[in-house]
Write a protein that binds this ligand. Sequence first.
Ligand code: PMP
Ligand code: GLN
Length: 385
Amino acid sequence: MNPVFADLPTTIFEEMSMRARETGAINLGQGFPDAGGPEDVRRAAADAVMSGNNQYPPMRGLPELRGAIADHYAAHQQLAVDSEREVVVTSGATEALAASILALVTAGDEVIIVQPAYDAYAPLVRQAGGIPRFVTTRPPGWTITAEMVETVITDRTRAIVLNSPHNPTATMLDGDELTLLADICVAHDLIAICDEVWEHLVFDDAAHRSLMTMPGMRERTVKIGSAGKIFSLTGWKVGWAIATPPVADAIAKAHQFLTFTTAPNLQTAVAYGLGKDHDYFTAMRAGYQRSRDRLATALGDSGFAVLPSAATYFLSVDLPASGIGIDDRDFAMRLVADAGVAVIPVSAFFESDPVTSIVRLCFAKADDVLDAAAERLAKARRTFG
Ligand code: PMP
Ligand code: GLN
């Protein structure tokens, strides 16, 4: 068996969702909304199933979707993308990450990963023959400094994987971090693989900025997106990678032997959705921001120390600061078994030297679900304290 995968645990998201199903707990663990998703986008998919083409679409994605992705980034992020040569549609951001890493990383290449890190990055780097080199950020700011990155760079460093907005910390790279990361990538000739699946889920009037827009980065960035996140339809698994033409060509070559194509009807619907007016995106963000505030307030009122959440579907709770003296994994396991709420221990996002004091909660849920979960958490805090 392949040693990269054979000994890995099942992902924490699957594990906690399974525990929630077994126990009937409210699931604030795995990040998915409980609403149905925008009706018109789903209707566009249904229509495309019934009257559109259900055979293999072009390997790089339907031209209408690639065009819609380019138009969308021009309108929302002032980014010029060549839809013909720079876009590869994939089966979710997960496949875009896999294809990008397999295309760009070869045996012995070192790849910088910033912990806490989304769980797919390191196994994919290893499968490509690469060696992950970890940079570890710490709460409450989870800030990246130039020194942290410089110390792990060697002459074999090929790429850095970045995630902004960030899962699980709900932070975004700020202007200083983008500048220092761009400077480092240019100085050391690194490629940045930028996981930007949360780009539309930003709050408090913040704007997402891609590292790709920084000086010197246009040719050395792979920008990865996901319709699942943009349209609250996480099961759709329609994603994409955007890169300069030679890099996009290499990614397409990897994609053709991973999945080859992505469901054409869902691609049609995503193309439609990306063309929705700005008001849709503004209202979608405002809805999630309200949910964030509702859960944060309820938790704060019952004595939990909630860390700021600038983006994503997630907020975090600091356990020791909330008067809870057990670590994150113990807390999560006891909570799901005894209190009926599933959360994610943030230590699962580390390979080494983990932060064990924080749990992540998904607030992309209906008000009554959030209220019921907050009530159960309040009771649990008194018992676990
Ligand atoms: N990257 C990050 C940071 C994520 O949070 C997720 C899913 N939540 C993904 C990638 C995977 O996206 P997809 O479902 O489109 O494969
Ligand atoms: N990205 C989702 C989360 O962070 C989970 C995706 C998955 O289950 N692999 O909760």
